[in-house]
Ligand binder design. Structure first.
Ligand SMILES: [Zn+2]
Length: 275
């Protein structure tokens, strides 16, 4: 090997190294881009403006991600085509309901499968029910479907994975009041459990009543929590007109719960997703 050859190889190695440093650091520092979807075609929760504000505040406070909102059909038609979705790293369905007018639902699901993040709160599970009792592909993606709820209830959520980013700030048993969903088309063997109840939220019959979980979807990551009906679950600083029933620490823990779920789904933090 002559000297010129060696010098050439060293130069190549140096340039490659510099590229790795520049792009490596750049990728780490750039915030991820999330779409926050709050379109409803069924029940519309009064907590939606609170949810939008809390997610925007979390984005700003952490610098982990930016949020762009999809609040109506026009914004959905613009920002959720296959081409437009390519600009984002993931999506948050915050209390969506009903059959949403996605420009191309299959392209949306394929986009998640390609390695994007899907985060759902509360009625994200009350979205896209299949016709005549069939299971919609969206339900398979999120991992369950809302069946019914009864009166709001005080429950003790069992922390199923204290090591997971979504659970690491929560106590072993987390007491709160919310509207608690009863699910259908849920298969424990297809998700990684994060929060559950060991008794029915209302009549207290023993059983398994899933509250939050995560799962892989192709190369994508899905995080869902059924909590988030009440304003005082989302926000420790609700308006004076809102009659608080949850102490502030419930909302502070909820924000840590969803932030951990968001960070995990975006691949910013690792956690078990195996069933
Ligand atoms: Zn609700």
């Amino acid at each position: 090997m002559n000297t010129a050859n060696v010098a050439g190889k060293m130069l190549t190695a140096l340039v490659l190294g510099l590229c790795l440093i520049v792009f490596g650091v750049g990728a780490q520092a750039a915030p991820k881009k999330l779409l926050v979807v709050t379109v409803t075609k069924g029940f519309r929760h009064s907590s939606i403006p609170t949810a939008e504000k809390v997610l925007g505040d979390l984005a700003q406070k952490t610098g982990d991600f930016t949020v762009d909102y999809v609040r109506d059909d026009t914004e959905m038609a613009e920002k959720m085509t296959a081409a437009a979705l390519a600009n984002y790293d993931g999506v948050i369905f915050a209390n969506t309901t009903g059959i949403l007018p996605l420009p191309d639902k299959q392209a949306f699901l394929d986009w998640i499968k390609s390695g994007k993040a899907f985060i759902g709160m509360h009625s994200a599970c009350d979205t896209f029910h299949g016709p005549n009792g069939t299971v919609d592909p969206y339900t398979e993606m999120i991992g369950s479907e809302f069946k019914e709820h009864h009166a709001q209830a005080e429950v003790d959520c069992i922390n199923q994975d204290p090591k997971h980013p979504a659970d690491k700030s929560l106590p072993p048993s987390w007491h709160l009041k919310d509207e608690i969903y009863l699910m259908k088309n849920f298969e424990r063997s297809k998700v990684h459990g994060l929060l559950t109840l060991d008794k029915h939220p209302n009549d207290k019959t023993p059983g398994d009543y899933p509250i939050a979980w995560c799962k892989e979807y192709g190369k994508g990551r899905v995080f869902y929590t059924s909590l988030g009906h009440r304003e005082d679950v989302w926000d420790p600083n609700t308006a004076p007109s809102f009659k608080r029933e949850n102490p502030k620490d419930v909302s502070e823990l909820y924000q840590k719960h969803i932030l951990g779920g968001i960070r995990w789904a975006l691949g910013l933090e690792e956690g078990n997703a195996k069933p």
